[in-house]
Ligand binder design. Structure first.
Ligand code: NCD
Length: 330
């Protein structure tokens, strides 16, 4: 792979996106062994640099790096010198001086990962674990991995053949619902799923759609029921990002109850889904707001699979960026 960093899905071409997914499948196949650890990144140090809260993504990157035998240093802004006002630049210089081999970064500012990678402060591969409302490439990759498995075969059937390398998402229809405005997950998924041939419809109230959404490569719909009538292959619910809303002064929808009525995957909408439609959510879920407990806990919810696939996708990304045999640059 010719990439030096993984900052945005827009930096990937079709072939690179499939290489990441195919490599993730190979990584997933190793995770059923009794010994899950591969020696690939033995002696390398990966830093998890989290300026914003995270459970799944941070743990998943840590598990992925450790399964590849890397050492992991966890850094969270709370309790560090960042709370004393240390800049991103000084943090980067410190990491390079400590002999880190790669940096995984989550930051509330869109563009922070790009700056870390390209400002000239350090010369290390950067993996974006979410920057502001901009991009979250490994989340889109794990979503694409989950969709690819479901669209092409029944992953609960142990007899099925492994997915053929190079399989894309041509013909798949995905509806992404909710707080698109604040969602780096929605943005990254529109880029990746359409690159792989899927068609995407975004569903949100006008107040929760970003300016310029009409230029994105997708349909936009305000009526959730009309979007569901297209019988999509997957419905991806987005978290209502209340922390970003209150920072902006609120007022994005009249009340949680009204939001749930218009845009929640409630019992009625859940019962009306087509027999093969899967339900996705990047987590953390607001049960009772964007998703009902029935939908979240039902067998057609693939939320737990998404988390498992997250480890495989992150192993693939670290492998392709860092392992000598994964990256012809070394
Ligand atoms: C998402 C994120 O942080 O962008 N979560 C995640 O990575 N699992 C979505 C969200 O916070 O709603």
């Amino acid at each position: 792979m010719s990439l030096d960093h993984l900052i945005s899905i827009r930096d990937l071409d079709y072939r690179e996106a499939l290489l990441l997914l195919d490599t993730a499948e190979q990584m997933a196949a190793t995770q059923f062994r009794r010994v899950k650890k591969l020696p690939t990144l033995h002696g390398r140090t990966v830093v998890n640099l989290f300026f914003e809260d995270s459970t799944r993504t941070r743990l998943s990157f840590e598990a992925a790096a450790k399964r590849l035998s890397a050492d992991v240093i966890n850094f969270s802004a709370k309790g560090s010198s960042v709370s004393k006002g240390e800049s991103l630049k000084d943090t980067a210089l410190t990491l390079q001086a400590m002999g880190a081999d790669a940096v995984i970064v989550r930051h509330s500012s869109s563009g922070a990962a790009h700056r870390l990678a390209h400002a000239g402060w350090m010369d290390l591969p950067v993996l974006n674990a979410g920057d502001g409302t901009h991009q979250h490439p490994t989340q889109a990759l794990l979503d694409a991995m989950t969709l690819r498995r479901h669209f092409h075969r029944d992953p609960t059937d142990p007899e099925v053949e492994p997915l053929a390398p190079g399989t894309d998402l041509a013909g798949a229809r995905v509806v992404i619902v909710g707080d698109v405005l604040h969602s780096r997950v929605a943005r990254s998924n529109v880029d990746l799923l359409t690159l792989l041939g899927a068609s995407v419809t975004l569903v949100a109230p006008p107040t929760l759609l970003p300016v310029g959404v009409e230029t994105w490569n997708c349909e936009v719909e305000y009526d959730f029921d009309r979007a569901l009538a297209q019988e999509p292959d997957a419905v991806m619910m987005l978290r209502v990002q209340r922390e970003r809303m209150s920072a902006a002064g609120g007022g994005f929808f009249p009340s949680p109850g009204e939001y749930h009525l218009a845009y929640g995957l409630d019992r009625q909408r859940f019962d009306a889904l087509g027999p093969d439609t899967i339900i996705m959510h990047p987590g953390p879920m607001n049960r009772g707001l964007e998703i009902s407990a029935e939908a979240a806990d039902s067998p057609r919810s693939v939320v737990v699979e998404q988390v498992a696939n997250g480890v495989s996708v992150r192993m693939a990304a670290l492998y392709l960026l860092l392992a000598p045999e994964g990256n012809p640059r070394d």
